[in-house]
Design a protein. Structure first.
Length: 122
């Protein structure tokens, strides 16, 4: 065999090894991605459940509402009903496409985030 043929075989060998390495890395990435999705589904479900639960439980004690005149209660209910997540996940109050965060950086409900603005409009 001539030197040129040896050199060509060497290059082919390196390419094959590189191909195997790339496929292993891609396979590993797919595996990690699959695992991430499996973990994300229950965590996301739990988060959604918390959001829905937080929306259902009223933020104001009933005694405070009872003290307000009827009109003010209606206005509060009307404003608060706007400060919820719409179907596309946007904030119904300000239209922000991303989740609102509280002062600690945790995701919070639009109602809680815009509480001061809602109170100011009453
Ligand atoms: Zn908002």
């Amino acid at each position: 065999m001539s030197k040129v043929v040896l050199r060509v075989l060497q290059v082919i060998g390196v390419l094959v090894l590189a191909g195997i390495a790339v496929s292993v890395v891609v396979g590993l990435l797919q595996w990690v991605l699959g695992l991430a999705i499996i973990v994300a589904i229950p965590v996301g479900g739990y988060w959604l459940y918390k959001q829905v639960k937080g929306r259902q439980s009223p933020q104001i004690p009933s005694s405070a509402v009872g003290a307000l005149p009827k009109g003010a209660t209606d206005r509060r209910t009307e404003l608060e009903s706007r400060a919820v997540m719409d179907a596309s996940g946007r904030c119904g109050w300000c239209g922000s496409p991303s989740l609102h965060k509280d002062e600690y950086g945790f995701p919070t409900t639009p109602l809680r985030y815009h509480r001061a603005e809602i109170d100011a409009m009453l």
